[in-house]
Design a protein around this ligand. Sequence first.
Ligand SMILES: Cc1cc2nc3c(=O)[nH]c(=O)nc-3n(C[C@H](O)[C@H](O)[C@H](O)COP(=O)(O)OP(=O)(O)OC[C@H]3O[C@@H](n4cnc5c(N)ncnc54)[C@H](O)[C@@H]3O)c2cc1C
Length: 414
Amino acid sequence: MKKRVLVIGGGASGIVAAIVAARHGASVSILEHQDKIGKKLLLTGNGKCNLTNLNLGSSNYVTTNHEDMDFINHALKAYSPQQVISFFHSIGLRTTVLRDSYVYPETEASASVVSALLRELQKLHVEILTNQHVSSISKKDNHICIISDKQSFGADSVIVACGGKSYPKTGSDGSGFDLLRQMHLQYVEPYPALTSLICNHNGCKILSGMRNQASVSILDSKHSMVASDYGQIQFTDYGISGIPVFQVSSKIYPYLLKHKKTCLTDLTARIDLFPYAEEEKLFLQLDRQLNEYHSFSFEEAMSGFLHKKWIQFLTSKYGLSNKKGKEIRKSIIKQLAHDLKNLDFPIRELKGFDFCQVTGGGLDLSELTPDFELKKYPSVFITGELLNITGDCGGYNLHWAFLSGMIAGKKAAD
Ligand SMILES: Cc1cc2nc3c(=O)[nH]c(=O)nc-3n(C[C@H](O)[C@H](O)[C@H](O)COP(=O)(O)OP(=O)(O)OC[C@H]3O[C@@H](n4cnc5c(N)ncnc54)[C@H](O)[C@@H]3O)c2cc1C
């Protein structure tokens, strides 16, 4: 007799779990509360879908509970990037590697990932029931009962793959957390991760629209480093954004929780526009530029050395308007060099769930067996972003969603 497996949530993790369970002989249905499955997948990687990353290790993941690292290491060993790639090849999707390690569909279109997954679900006769909002899971003896807003379902195994709270319009509206609460499971309250920082900085309006290759570090009130990264930083009218800012943002809540702090405003994002130059060397370069063009205004002398928005920002900060290069004192040039390497953007808030790429927090991994099965409720599995683990930008979150779906899907069908 075929095992009856129900998957709640037709996102990255749920779809892959359903395919693997069906391949292992189960009769599978997906219950999805949106009108279509795979809505978030379509948005991933700027519409290109960064499936996984060849350069992958536990250092690419954050959890608020350090003890969970053993679980994470074990899971990452169970499904390597190569195995995720093989899975996609097995559903007829060719892949390509860009920038040395970032794996994408060969078409560079997330729509082809979703259509290949849908085709495989169809081939395996997986039932897709949309517009079914699941609000309860209960277990009596060996029977699991799932209740949606339309009907109730019985199953031998259930995989809960409801995602987190980010981009709720794609369906991940946080209702997975309601299910965790109902089952009295331990979880860390969700928080926004891989997101932009809203800052108190009076230069935001001037700098808005700028993009710079720079480093960003998050510092606490004692100037200890919480996290840092390098890459293209985007300056906006509310603060800072871009991949390196996303990467450091994910480390903020784990830091606050670890140090039992609640106040985000003790933290500052420090930007170094010249990370490869010592401050003294930068001072000499600025000094040379201003000497060379000593009879020009500060704005004219600095043209070509810095973008005009940075010149405008420094001119206004130091009152250098109408000053000639030769009139600028060495002490000010020293201060300019210092500032360009230590631009402090005090953090007010993180951009919230409507904008963040992933949800931090989630189910304590200690609630799970290595097969992603709940210790308290055997045959109930939890996968993907609903778990207390966040990956870096670069394919790491989808990798986690896929690997947890694959492991749970196989065990659920056994
Ligand atoms: C803009 C954007 C770009 C991204 N790009 C990348 C990328 O390129 N690479 C990468 O690795 N990661 C990327 N991510 C992150 C990645 O998309 C997620 O981590 C991943 O989709 C999580 O998979 P999941 O299956 O756990 O959840 P989701 O994909 O969110 O799926 C959850 C599903 O469950 C359904 N659901 C929720 N609650 C219920 C309920 N109660 N009843 C029924 N159905 C329910 C939802 O409608 C949804 O379909 C990106 C995220 C965003 C927002």
